[in-house]
Design a protein around this ligand. Structure first.
Ligand code: NBP
Length: 479
């Protein structure tokens, strides 16, 4: 037994993670893949790395020092279950199995429970940053037991991205907490990307600027409060010219956005937790809308305004869009953190929200300066019920809310879809409202279904006899 850590599954993510592990002082990495070719390729292409190859699960287990620790990087779903079953056969109580794939958190909760019964530790770890992150330093969101963190913590810290001197990994919480937080990370990523896409579309269609010109605008924004990986790569994508046609590549790419399902998971989970993640939901729906060419073709003749000429001062409009993007982004992140708070309460996880914002500062797709502001907000008030109500963000809304309204108005007037911008503004106005028309909804529910209501002026549950003499009675709340 000579390896302190093992990797099972040597496709692109697993090989890169194995190389990352092997490159760090003190690690010797056992490697295993179902078919031996991938193991052979990794050994051949990276003779510099200290790998201990195995061709069977028995050999793999024998090559690991105790407690044996193995990270699984295979396709999510059945393949992950198959590998876990095989590892359980050859591992012993106290050993640690880590699933680094993109598992759906209820699967992680189920697997953790089943594996724990054998005495083996199971850790579901969300790993963000794609291939490049796996190789150079991802952001890692591990769940699992405190016991497993003792062994696993130093290993994961050795390979994680570093942001402002701190490794981008923290023990998120028990069982499925890590994969839950990774899921919400991806949901926020959807919202952030959609907001940026709407900003681009608004500027392009309302001012007539070219993709190359808009690339320069994003590059400029990346030097200010919007500084982030996603803004940076947006400028790169917009600058790209298609070699074949000489046109901007963004005009040649088919406008139908794909999805692997993590946005949908985030929204489905939010619906069952009762958390309004409207920014993430609109981003997910916007991808769905784009991917139905047959519907778009039959709807294309529906009437709408002409977008040209809605903006008389392009520079002022572009600055408005920047402010609207920043304000909407605060809403999207606030909603995402709200979902993590609700998930932690529902599943009994002790999640440090400030620590989560810090481990997203490096390695992952949503990495940004902005996350420091979120960390500050939680440092000041750890149990903040609504992130965007923190003083720093309140100040940002003071600066941006008028511009935000102008942009949403211009989008509506010009017939340019801005679902994430406008739903974020509606959420903002809803959450800060003194009174909501929810009172009327309660009245309607009581009318047709005797669902009862509460009053603002006294305790109790009430029902109006709508089909009788319309007097109010005190009701027993059974709904
Ligand atoms: P894939 O998701 O393409 O999976 C391929 C690997 O799974 C191969 O090693 C394959 O072995 C193995 N495998 C399969 Br398929 N069925 C198996 C089974 N029944 N038993 C054992 N091994 C089996 O690899 P990937 O693209 O490197 O992704 C790995 C994980 O990382 C996935 O969960 C993915 O969702 C996640 N991921 C994350 C990010 C990110 O940014 N965080 C990016 C990409 C992927 P074989 O060689 O024998 O067929």
């Amino acid at each position: 037994a000579s390896a302190n850590i093992g990797v099972v599954g040597l496709a692109v993510m697993g090989s890169n993670l194995a190389r990352n592990l092997a490159s760090r002082e003190g690690n010797t990495v056992a490697i295993f893949n179902r078919s031996y070719e991938k193991t052979r390729t990794l050994l051949d292409e990276h003779p510099e790395a200290e790998f201990v190859p195995a061709s069977t699960y028995e050999e793999f287990a024998a090559s690991l020092s105790k407690p044996r620790t193995a990270i699984i990087m295979v396709k999510a779903g059945r393949p992950t279950d198959a590998v876990i079953d095989s590892l359980i056969e050859v591992f012993e109580p106290g050993d640690i199995i880590v699933d680094g794939g993109n598992a759906y958190f209820p699967d992680t909760i189920r697997r953790e429970k089943a594996v724990r019964e054998t005495g083996i530790n199971f850790v579901g770890a969300g790993i963000s940053g794609g291939e490049e992150g796996a190789l150079r330093g991802p952001s890692i969101m591990p769940g699992g037991s405190d016991e497993s963190w003792v062994t696993l913590g130093p290993i994961l810290k050795s390979i994680a991205a570093v942001a402002e001197g701190e490794p981008c990994v923290t023990h998120v919480g028990h069982d499925g907490a890590g994969h839950f937080v990774k899921m919400v990370h991806n949901g926020i990523e959807y919202a952030d990307m959609q907001l940026i896409a709407e900003a681009y579309d608004l500027i392009r269609r309302a001012t007539g600027k070219t993709p190359a010109e808009i690339a320069e605008i994003f590059a400029e924004w990346n030097r200010g409060e919007l500084e982030s990986y996603l803004i940076e790569i947006t400028a790169e994508v917009l600058r790209q010219v298609d070699a074949e046609t000489g046109k901007p590549l963004v005009d040649i790419i088919l406008d139908q956005a794909g999805a692997k399902g993590t946005g949908a998971w985030t929204v489905q989970t939010a619906l069952s937790l009762g958390v309004p993640v409207s920014g993430i939901a609109e981003a997910t729906f916007a991808r769905s809308l784009s991917s139905h060419p047959e519907q778009r073709a039959v709807a294309a003749h529906l009437p709408g305004p002409d977008a040209t000429g809605v903006v008389d001062d392009p520079d002022a409009f572009i600055e408005d869009v920047r402010l609207a993007l920043y304000a909407s982004k605060i809403v999207a992140y606030s909603q995402g953190f709200d979902e993590i708070r609700a998930g932690a309460a529902e599943y009994d996880w002790n999640i440090d929200l400030g620590a989560i914002s810090k481990i997203w500062r490096g390695g992952c797709i949503i990495r940004a300066q902005f996350l420091n502001r979120i960390a500050d907000a939680y440092a000041e008030t750890p149990d903040l019920p609504v992130l965007m109500s923190a003083p720093y963000f309140a100040e940002a809304f003071t600066r941006s809310q008028e511009a935000w309204r102008r942009v949403v108005t211009a989008a509506a007037n010009a017939g340019i879809p801005a679902p994430a911008f406008s739903s974020s503004l509606s959420y903002y106005d809803g959450i800060r409202a003194d009174r909501l028309p929810a009172a009327l909804v309660q009245g309607q529910r009581d009318f047709f279904g005797a669902h009862t209501y509460k009053r603002i002026d006294k305790e109790g549950t009430f029902h109006t006899l709508w089909s009788g003499d319309r007097t109010e009675i005190e009701a027993v709340d059974t709904h």
